[in-house]
Design a protein around this ligand. Structure first.
Ligand code: ATR
Length: 276
């Protein structure tokens, strides 16, 4: 069987040209002996619903959804997992012939990369999350479930951070603070802003970082991200980028679709090499 006459999967977004998902899922398929095809599909900004529906009508088995369609994908799903519902976004869709299912694997991807791949613990730790957009919303619940002593959200637009705190107020240890009001060092700082994409610096007090701080940029790139450079220059103990999260969220989607868990470490290494 060749990839073209087997089960079809894809990632859909706009832009999509630089997506690593086809490479990642092809490596998973090869490693696990699964026969499947996985492509990248560019959907028009106003054409996501139609493009996704067409994909499934034509027999597609599953879709990964990326920027800017994760919110729209929520509306396309008939049945959401609790974590997708709480995240308010869907990055994995699958259709069983009757029901369109939607899940969000971003949070578990981040947690697996932090805990399993990098031995970072969150329980009883002071965590700072930068940003209050879709990327942050998608990972808040799994972070809070780890029971940090405190989770502070700081965002350029304070009202968005406060809105998120209100949505997650069943967790008592979450607060919103402005960048300049942050005090003391944090054990873990996660950058979920898109500032790195613009090469922009986030105006953080240097004191938030110590040699025990792990800094995690949800963005990744071939060279050190601006946030991770700032972290290193200010003495953070460890800087990680989001490549591991990308591979881990893909592995969770692969597991949902195929019922088999691929090994992620060799794939992370391969994609890292390819990036460089
Ligand atoms: P996404 O869904 O990828 O999270 P988004 O909803 O546009 O995208 O959110 C982008 C996040 O990056 C927001 O938290 C944004 O801050 P604002 O809410 O104030 O817009 C943040 N962000 C973008 N550029 C930034 C910059 N130069 N400095 C600091 N934060 C920035």
């Amino acid at each position: 069987m060749t990839a073209t006459d087997s089960d079809r999967y894809a990632v859909m977004g706009n832009p999509i040209g630089h997506s690593k998902s086809p490479m990642i899922h092809s490596l998973f398929a090869e490693q696990t002996g699964q026969h499947l095809g996985y492509e990248a599909i560019l959907a028009e900004e106003d054409g996501f619903d139609e493009a996704a529906s067409c994909f499934f009508i034509e027999g597609g088995k599953g879709l990964n959804i990326t920027v800017p369609f994760k919110h729209q994908a929520l509306d396309l799903a008939h049945q959401l997992t609790p974590r997708a519902e709480k995240a308010g976004a869907v990055n994995t869709l699958w259709y069983n012939g009757e029901v369109m299912h939607g899940d969000n694997t971003d949070g578990i991807g981040l947690l697996t990369d932090l805990k399993q791949n990098n031995q970072v613990t969150i329980k009883d730790k002071r965590v700072l999350v930068l940003g209050a957009g879709g990327a942050v919303r998608g990972v808040l619940q799994p972070l809070l479930e780890e029971e940090p002593s405190e989770l502070v959200i700081a965002n350029r637009t304070q009202a968005r951070a406060e809105q998120l705190v209100a949505e997650f107020c069943e967790y008592k240890n979450i607060v919103a603070l402005q960048f300049e009001l942050l005090r003391g060092h944090f054990d873990l700082i996660i950058n979920g802003t898109s500032a790195s994409l613009q090469g922009a610096a986030i105006p953080l007090p240097d004191s938030v970082v110590s040699e025990n701080t792990v800094c995690y940029d949800m963005m990744y790139s071939a060279v050190e991200t601006p946030f991770n450079r700032w972290a290193r220059e200010n003495g953070a103990g460890m800087q990680l980028d989001g490549l591991g999260m990308l591979v881990e969220q893909a592995a969770e989607a692969f597991y949902i679709w195929r019922g088999i868990r691929p090994q992620t470490q060799p794939v992370i290494e391969k994609v890292r090499t390819e990036l460089g």
